[in-house]
Write a protein that binds this ligand. Structure first.
Ligand code: GLA
Length: 388
């Protein structure tokens, strides 16, 4: 892969010395959904699929980027003096946003560069192809300009690019999982204080299977932001009596005692999800540590139900995938993953039943929805890095 990409780089930008190759994974969240902007826990892992990038410094102030995934767009070019989001720059706004974020935070980028990207994460599937581009760009900038930065700082800079340059008000989970991921481990992250621990994922005779609804996502960003505001409103209600800064700080029992402080019934449901999902995530990780995969699976299913009924971010496509999965032999657990409104489910399936799972779920889904889902059996890999 590396050698092939260096040859491709030469064809696009011209041969020469000084190129290096970098990689950032995609991510899948096993449990802990819509908790990361509520001060709760998340439990994602980095994948072995992701974004490769070949980069080389230039002597002038021009940045030139090219993606093998969008060859029709050709080379996109801009100056380090003009870091503004442009609609026609499309996917290139992600690396541009990262350069902007570095500059904003005082990292001096005074020379241009060129990057060739190639990603093998399905785009728009909710596996964080955009955060993957952001992190690979951060790792490139650190390396080219020899910035003294650790990975968590790069995670924060990438999130800044997404929030303030791209304009998506996401939490920190995606960038964190992609930056800090570790082979065969998921990361238990407390988004309240960024404390984290790695938990080995030993599924014994089972694997992680991702199913993509292939739904074209429409208003996902605006609905995402709406959920955020509903949680903020609910928090304000609770703060009338409770001294808390986030929904992640209270238990289900405390919530039940004080939920009458939230006046809007929809906001009560939103807060209920955020609070219970946080507790579920902690329980799920405990179950995994005790090698109790069955309980972990049941908590995954409960997470989906809560996202379906209380948070209302699933939709018929994700519900269909999860509900068919629950009725299949060999399925330990299945739920939507990521923001929702389309995107993917994540399932834990016993190895002996994976072929049947893909066939049966695929057929029932196509019959009910009218188009096909895609399936990927994935492995857990390391976070963003330079490839030597
Ligand atoms: C998206 C966001 C994350 C997180 C998830 C939902 O992936 O980018 O920050 O909020 O949705 O858990």
């Amino acid at each position: 892969m590396k050698d092939k990409l260096i040859i491709d780089f030469g064809k696009i930008f011209g041969n020469g010395s000084g190129t290096a190759v970098y990689f950032a994974p995609g991510r899948v969240n096993l449990i802990g959904e819509h908790t990361d902007y509520n001060g709760g826990h998340v439990f994602p892992c980095a994948l072995t699929i992701g974004t490769y990038a070949v980069a080389r410094m230039r002597e002038d102030k021009i940045i030139r980027v090219y993606s093998k995934n969008f060859e029709d767009t050709g080379i996109i070019e801009f100056s380090i003096d003009e870091l503004v989001k442009k609609k026609e720059h499309d996917w290139a706004n992600y690396p541009k946003g990262v350069v902007w974020a570095f500059s904003q935070e005082g990292f001096c980028i005074n020379k241009g560069f060129e990057i060739l990207f190639y990603g093998n994460i399905p785009n728009g599937a909710g596996l964080s192809s955009s955060a993957s581009i952001e992190l690979v760009t951060s790792v490139i900038l650190k390396d080219l300009y020899k910035f003294d930065l650790d990975m968590i700082e790069m995670v924060k800079l990438s999130k800044l690019a997404e929030n303030k340059f791209i304009g998506v008000n996401c939490g920190i989970m995606d960038q964190f999982a992609i930056g800090m991921g570790k082979e065969n481990c998921a990361v238990l992250l407390d988004t309240n204080n960024l404390n984290y621990t790695y938990a080995r994922i030993n599924l014994k005779d089972a694997s992680i299977v991702i199913a993509n609804t292939n739904k074209i996502r429409g208003l996902a960003d605006s609905k995402y932001n709406e959920r955020r505001s509903q949680c903020e409103e609910a928090l304000k209600g609770l703060q009338q009596k409770l001294e808390i800064n986030s929904l992640g700080e209270i238990t289900e029992e405390e919530f039940n005692k004080h939920k009458h402080l939230i006046k809007n019934s929809i906001n009560i449901k939103r807060a209920k999800h955020a609070i219970c999902e946080n507790q579920r995530t902690i329980k799920a990780v405990k179950a995994l540590q005790e090698e109790d995969i069955e309980t972990f699976g049941l908590l995954m299913n409960a997470s989906h139900v809560s996202l379906r009924d209380d948070y209302e971010v699933t939709g018929v496509e994700l519900d269909t995938l999860a509900e068919i999965a629950w009725n299949q032999k060999g399925v330990v657990g299945s739920r939507m993953t990521g923001a929702g409104f389309g995107g993917c489910t994540v399932s834990i399936v016993k190895n002996d039943y994976i072929d049947d799972f893909i066939k049966n779920v695929g057929e029932s889904y196509a019959e009910k929805i009218g188009y096909e889902a895609s399936f990927y059996v994935v492995n857990i890999g390391d976070g963003a890095r330079k490839l030597n």
